[in-house]
Design a protein around this ligand. Structure first.
Ligand code: C5P
Ligand code: MG
Length: 164
């Protein structure tokens, strides 16, 4: 690919959505959600937070998206641990000498309430990204009943370039 401009900062944005189905676990940001009646239907482990964060990292450097690197048609990606997707996306960003400095995400899910898990999700994501917990903003919204059968995540990330 053509080298991205050596801007001091770059912004990334990512989204993901998964359909919810009974009999599946729900994991968000690497945190298992207890009492979730339904979990994500997915080729991988369906962690929509990790998928959206990985896409946000890649988008900041116009490196494509996770479907490009991990096609959901590939047998070897079945049940893939999304932490691996995130770590490899982070490694690609590091190859271009950028690193995330803060992340803001919104999870849209009608049930269960996720507020009590905000700190757990922020800490988990911070650890995966090598950031302090204070730099990971985690917000929750319901769809107000408009989309009760899916979980959706939207993420922005600020990337900073290493000093020369
Ligand atoms: O979508 P709504 O604005 O009604 O959500 C109200 C609040 O409920 C949110 O600001 C958030 O604090 C909380 N919430 C939550 N878990 C969800 C959805 C919303 O804790 N799954
Ligand atoms: Mg996904």
């Amino acid at each position: 690919m053509t080298s991205p401009l050596p801007l001091p900062y770059r912004v990334g944005y990512g989204e993901d959505a998964h359909r919810l189905s009974e009999g599946r676990p729900l994991t968000l940001g690497g945190v298992p959600i207890p009492h979730a009646e339904r979990g994500a239907v997915a080729h991988s482990d369906g962690d929509a937070v990790l998928h959206a964060v990985a896409d946000a990292l890649l988008s900041g450097l116009a490196l494509g998206d996770i479907g490009h690197y991990y096609p959901d048609t590939a047998e070897e990606n079945a049940g893939l641990d999304s932490r691996v997707i995130l770590q490899e996306s982070l490694a690609l960003v590091r190859e271009w000498r950028y690193r995330p400095v803060n992340v803001a995400l919104v999870v849209t899910l009608d049930r269960p309430k996720l507020g009590p898990l905000r700190g757990d999700i922020a800490r988990s994501l911070a650890a995966l990204l090598g950031l302090p917990e204070t730099e990971v903003g985690v917000s929750f919204k319901t769809s107000e009943g408009l989309a009760p059968d899916h979980v959706q995540v939207r993420v922005t990330v600020l990337l900073v370039r290493d000093r020369d």
